[in-house]
Design a binder for this molecule. Structure first.
Ligand code: ZN
Length: 204
């Protein structure tokens, strides 16, 4: 059976980097998951997200204002999640089931505040423009493994991650990996989505 890896992208959607990420995965017959920030969804970026969803890519929740959830009141947090859910549901007709806390800031109480499954993933500090394309490629390839969740950013300025993907995806495809969405990875590994289980997943 092919090895599965789930690439995930935070901080979109936008019209500059998000469409390039989508095209690259399409080249390899693969999919990935986008964790959207509610306030980044506008008329133009929503079109890109909708197109992605129609092609089988997954849209999930990364809050509305990208504020650390540990700094929000329960009411404010709920509003962040609900407002973003509503926008995503309007785009793709499906309510997000996964949440990635901004800055991966959370505590044991955080899990009780939503029924979503928490996702972290393994990154390469690709939000930092000083991290070179070569370093991004080397790091992602070094930890790629069956069941790994890769955490990258499709921020509007992040051309370096697009350039890194152009080198990463062919290598992993050659190594026999299939690029799947988070839901596909959970299904493939037989792991049920459970609310409030105190787990934030980085690999399955
Ligand atoms: Zn983020």
């Amino acid at each position: 059976m092919a090895k599965k890896i789930a690439f995930t992208f935070d901080d979109g959607p936008n019209t500059s980097v998000t469409p390039q990420v989508i095209s690259l995965f399409e080249e390899y017959g693969g999919k990935c998951t986008f964790f959207l920030i509610g306030q980044n969804i506008n008329e133009e970026s929503a079109k890109i997200a909708k197109e992605a969803s129609q092609k089988g890519f997954e849209l999930e929740n990364h809050s509305f204002t990208h504020t650390a959830m540990t700094e929000l009141s329960d009411e404010a947090l709920m509003k962040e999640l609900d407002d973003t859910d509503a926008l995503i549901e309007k785009i793709c007709g499906k309510k997000p089931v996964f949440f990635r806390p901004p800055y991966i800031a959370y505590d044991s109480e955080s899990f009780k505040k939503t029924d979503k499954t928490f996702i972290c993933g393994i990154g390469c500090n690709d939000w930092d423009e000083n991290v070179s394309v070569e370093t991004r490629v080397e790091e992602v390839l070094s930890y790629s493994d069956d069941g790994v969740i890769v955490l990258l950013h499709d921020s509007y300025y992040n051309q370096k991650t697009v350039d890194a993907l152009k080198q990463i995806l062919p290598v992993l495809a050659d190594r026999g990996y299939e690029f799947v969405t988070l839901l596909e990875l959970f299904e493939n590994k037989g792991i049920e989505l459970t609310a409030n289980n105190g787990i934030i997943y980085s690999r399955l």
